[in-house]
Design a protein around this ligand. Sequence first.
Ligand code: HEM
Length: 485
Amino acid sequence: MIEMATGLWVALVAGVVPLAGCLFWNWNDIRYALPHYLRGGSEGGGKLPPGYMGMPFLGEMLAFIWYFKIIRRPNDFITSKLGRYGSEGGLYRTHLFGSPSIIVSTPSGIKFVLQSDSNFRPAWPAPEIVGANSLVLVEGDSHARVRDFVLRCINKPDALRRIALMVQPRITASLKSWAQKGRISVHKEAKKVTFGNIGKFFAGFESDPFLDTLDDLFKGLMNGIRSQPINFPGTAYHHALKCRNKATAIFREEMEKRRRNASDARDDLMEGLMQMKDEQGKHLSDDEILDNIVSLVVAGYASTSVSITWALYYLAKYPNVLEKLREEHVPISKRMDGEYITYDNVSTCKYTGKVVEEVLRLANISAFIFRTAKKDVEYKGYKIPKGWRVLCWIRYIHENPEIFDDPTDFNPERWNERAKPGTFLVFGGGSRICPGNMLARLQVSIIIHHLVVGYRWKLVNPDAGMSYLPFPKPLHDVEIDITKI
Ligand code: HEM
């Protein structure tokens, strides 16, 4: 009897436990990929790309956290796949951020996805956070209409000329206060300057205490954008939804104030959205206006302040680049004789343009672009199943030695030649290419101008490591000692 029971236990341990372990380990492949193979693999065209979809719920999130957060070698997440499954097609199946997904890691694959609006729709951020009417999420005519307006407001030369002059009082005052403090955290301070300028330009908000409240709400909102969408008290997502509601209420009150009193009208983005009409003379709804204001702040705030942070970091690390920038900017500053630099001045600064492109390439602020397949799609003999996410793995392109020579070197001279087609994807591509791309470049260039002509700075922790989540930045937020020249 005892022998029988022991035998049963041995059988259990030797058979059932490994089987259960194997099932658990491969659960998402069994759940999502197996049905495709059982249906013959070719339904909807092609077989699934190679890959591993991981355990229930988590998928490959542990591996992702391992490479991005623990060993901090994010590109190895893809190179480990390359080693295991080969590079053919550059497509891998996985399960990340709660969804079965296909990773796309080649310029041609990413181009295919970003230019196929009939096959793919935007998949991030969550509509609860940016608003279902946001330009970032809507499609077709509604997208084209608001996008066209936003482009005219923030990306065309006339708009940029106005914005260049509008942002400089805050930038110059901030730099002066940085030097008075002596030691500052660049990321923290860059966020303040960027938010102040966005608040002014988007909704005419100028008072500092008021901007601080709004800034806190947007910080909460940004944290929730990159967290698991679990709406439960205590989660980052729950907090983000609360912040979104409060921020929307502030914008709504401003909008209603302007409607009550025509003299409150301003020359800003909110006013433009309020006045916008379609061909039938119909205005945007209040929700359309508010969702777009919120999502433009979300899209422009963190991205611009992180770019500025990286610019100061690289210029402190590469004094030869800083010197060349001084040669370009000091004569302009002398010519301007105390006046603000103009958009047209910035456009003539060819070397600065190269520095900014190089900062943006290495900053990899948007590491991935998300889409969802609207239907089964075939690419290079592989199938991207309907409803699965597609992760365009931008950062891998920017740091791939087959695409950029010595990719981790900060080398503005590489921009003496244009990048190979489809390899500079900082701002995405296709119909959703970032409408704030020129505005972001302009703001970084303007801050570079004032810094290089008026200040010296050095890194407090020149050997600080990097963190890669929620976006790449040096640890310690780039602390510097800064003085006026
Ligand atoms: C260095 C700074 C920036 C980077 C790296 C960046 C990156 C990107 C990327 C990669 C996309 C494409 C997303 C996709 O295809 O799904 C995008 C879209 C977008 N960006 Fe930016 N961006 C930056 C600055 C800005 C600024 C300053 C604004 C506006 C104030 C802005 C507003 C937007 C909007 C509204 C979209 C959605 C466009 C659409 O769906 O048509 N971005 N951005």
